[in-house]
Design a protein around this ligand. Structure first.
Ligand SMILES: C[S@@+](CC[C@H](N)C(=O)[O-])C[C@H]1O[C@@H](n2cnc3c(N)ncnc32)[C@H](O)[C@@H]1O
Length: 307
């Protein structure tokens, strides 16, 4: 029997209030990428399933070409909103909004494409990985292969050491931050190149646990006091053009419990672990960084091979 805290953590990130969906609709980077990927992946007459439909916008994109879209949503407020919005949009009649849990729902027939956007930076909080792993298992039991195409198809996750300013009008507060990508942030100094720590391919079985230990070469001297987490979603692979349609989440920056002074050329070892769908504090609590090679102590040495 789960206690209240465990129940809360199971459902962490699953209930997104209605007003937050406006932010998602306004996020042009997200919307353009999904629209392009859905228009590419969904061919005329296809059957589509969306897990976690929210306002129904991604199902609406799919309905432009699909013959039928099953749109599953768990939050009863969003079920009402999605039905209301789809009724006033073109092809809305092709979308069936179903009030159900994506961990349990199975469509009544095989589908060609599964769209699922339960994505938070680093695959924290929301249950994308768990939902898709559960879906694949149940789908194969019910219909056998092949599996539908998943949208997104894959996710690449990377980490990067930063020197981050945490001064708020004189108030020092090392706190989790989300930052727009492709913008220069004056209080952020990139201390090393990012390193990929995980690649999720939704066509393959995926672990829910991420445990990583990696090394970075400091590109400049300073204080590493934060790690940036980068999450790039490969929404669709466009084979004809040898390219992909991607969506880069906002960067998430977590302060380190123990900041580390580095000199240019030093090797910094970083480790962390967390579970897909887990909380941000759980990742933050596991973050460690240490200098394992001081360039100044080895002036005649070449950098190690991994550098
Ligand atoms: C990040 S929002 C995306 C909504 C919409 N697909 C969009 O792109 O605008 C994720 C949605 O998944 C829903 N959700 C979360 N867990 C779910 C579950 N277990 N079953 C069905 N829906 C779920 C949430 O209520 C939320 O509406």
């Amino acid at each position: 029997m789960l206690n209240e805290r465990e129940i809360e953590s199971c459902y962490l990130g699953q209930f997104i209030p209605v007003h937050y969906h406006h932010n998602m609709l306004m996020d042009q980077n997200r919307m353009h990428s999904f629209k392009a990927a859905i228009h590419y992946a969904v061919k005329p007459g296809m059957k589509v399933l969306e897990l976690g439909g929210g306002t129904g916008v991604l199902s609406y994109f799919a309905a432009a070409k699909a013959s039928k879209v099953y749109c599953v949503e768990f939050n009863p407020d969003m079920v009402k909103e999605a039905r209301k919005f789809l009724a006033i949009n073109q092809n809305g009649e092709k979308v069936e909004v179903i009030h159900a849990d994506a961990f349990e729902y199975m469509p009544p027939e095989p589908v060609d494409v599964v769209i699922c956007e339960m994505i938070h930076v680093a695959m924290l909080r929301e249950k994308q990985v768990e939902v898709i792993e559960s879906f694949k298992r149940r789908y194969l039991e019910r219909f056998g292969g092949p599996l539908p195409v998943f949208l997104p198809e894959a996710v690449i996750m990377a980490a990067q050491p930063l020197q981050q300013e945490y001064d708020f009008e004189g108030f020092h507060a090392p706190i989790v931050q989300f930052q727009e990508t492709q913008v220069i942030h004056s209080g952020t100094v990139e201390m090393a190149q990012p390193a990929v720590y995980s690649v999720i391919d939704f066509t393959q079985p995926n672990e829910l646990q991420y445990k990583w230990e990696g090394k970075f070469v400091a590109e400049r001297s300073g204080c590493v006091n934060a790690m940036r987490f980068v999450t790039k979603n490969i929404l669709a692979v466009v084979a004809e053009r040898n390219s992909t349609i991607d969506w880069l989440n906002h960067y998430m920056t977590l302060p380190l419990g123990t900041p580390v002074q580095v000199k240019a050329g030093d090797i910094l070892e970083v480790s962390f672990q967390y579970r897909a769908g887990g909380s941000i504090p759980s990742l933050q609590a596991s973050l460690r960084a240490d200098v394992v090679y001081e360039a100044a102590l080895h002036p005649t040495h070449r950098l190690p091979a991994y550098a």
